[in-house]
Design a protein around this ligand. Structure first.
Ligand SMILES: NC(=O)c1ccc[n+]([C@@H]2O[C@H](COP(=O)([O-])OP(=O)(O)OC[C@H]3O[C@@H](n4cnc5c(N)ncnc54)[C@H](O)[C@@H]3O)[C@@H](O)[C@H]2O)c1
Length: 307
């Protein structure tokens, strides 16, 4: 039987703070395949996440199909806006949600992982984080500051993670993965604030990083373009329920799109079975990206299987 086997591998998933998003679903899938999981969590969300875990509030969602339970080997503080602690302004460093967390920068994360697991104790890194402070504003109305912050946190951070963490990967099979969205290449009204630009950068960087880091470190770099999910981050956009319904009504596969679909695809992409895949954006969206016309709604024709 050909199985996805991540036994003995260690994954860092950057961007988990609850059980509702893609990071959590990917953690579960990778754990199910045998990997040990570390999380990178945004300091402002860390207390709540740790409380939920300690009080057993996530126990039900941490149960793995087929038995066993997701466990986090470590939960590291990570603010992906900062490459080094010195880059963080004093007001952030002094903020009560950051102060006791040590070095929460990307370099600090790498240093901590090196201390915990040695110079080559990592195999998989998943970038499952994004933030666009002006996401509710049309691109046309987005400030330069808001735009640059969206690109910094949501796209540049992936470059930082690859640069700092690729050297810590065991030779031969290191894999990076990030999460992107169709708004990079098609207009999604409401997905503003420069987030569409950030996703376009993330996808372009996936190709260039695959080359740079493939040649320098022998690692693979891929992205998944995921369908809409009512995660905490997406709910901040405001129209996520409409996007979910629209995709379900119009995608080639009219089934519910689930975070677990992304988890399974991620497990494959970071596994040795995908050894020949790098520099690629894989759509996991029930096929919605392939559509050029809405199936349902005013002025549309009924699609096959619609009758
Ligand atoms: N939900 C969707 O519809 C959808 C669709 C396609 C792609 N994505 C992408 O999937 C990824 C995961 O998002 P999600 O929707 O699962 O939501 P989520 O809320 O589970 O994940 C986003 C995470 O980013 C973290 N974060 C925000 N700013 C950060 C920073 N400066 N440093 C470190 N972490 C930070 C948040 O704390 C949160 O844990 C994102 O890249 C998102 O753009 C989401």
């Amino acid at each position: 039987m050909l199985a996805i086997d991540l036994t003995g591998k260690r994954a860092l998933i950057a961007g988990i703070a609850d059980d509702a998003g893609f990071g959590f679903a990917i953690a579960k899938a990778l754990a199910r395949a045998g990997a040990s999981i570390c999380a990178g969590t945004w300091p402002p969300a860390m207390n709540i996440f740790q409380n939920l875990l300690e009080r057993g509030k996530l126990d039900a969602s941490m149960a793995l199909p087929g038995g066993g339970k997701l466990a986090f080997e470590r939960i590291y503080p990570l603010d992906a806006a900062f490459d080094t602690l010195e880059d963080a302004p004093a007001e952030v460093r002094e903020n009560k949600r950051y102060k006791e967390r040590g070095d929460f920068s990307i370099r600090g994360l790498a240093e901590q992982i090196r201390q915990d697991f040695g110079p080559q104790g990592l195999d998989i890194v998943v970038h499952s984080l994004a933030n666009g402070p002006e996401v509710k504003r049309a691109l046309l109305d987005t400030s330069r500051k808001g735009y640059l912050e969206a690109v910094s946190v949501s796209a540049y951070s992936n470059i930082g993670l690859v640069r700092e963490l690729a050297p810590l990967m065991r030779p031969g099979a290191g894999a990076f993965l990030s999460l992107t969205y169709l708004a990079s290449e098609r207009v999604i009204p409401g997905y503003g604030g420069g987030m569409s630009s950030a996703k376009a950068a993330l996808e372009s960087d996936t190709r260039t990083l695959a080359y740079d880091a493939g040649r320098r470190f022998g690692v693979r770099v891929n992205a998944i373009s995921a369908g809409p999910l009512a995660s905490r981050a997406a709910s901040a956009i405001g129209l996520i329920e409409r996007m979910v319904q629209y995709v379900k009504a119009n995608a080639p596969l009219p089934r519910d799109f689930e975070a677990g679909d992304v988890g399974h695809a991620a497990a494959f992409l970071v596994s040795p079975l995908a050894a020949g895949i790098t520099g690629t954006v894989v759509y996991v969206d029930n096929g919605f990206h392939a559509m050029g016309m809405a199936v349902q709604g005013p002025g549309t024709v009924g699609g096959a299987g619609d009758s």
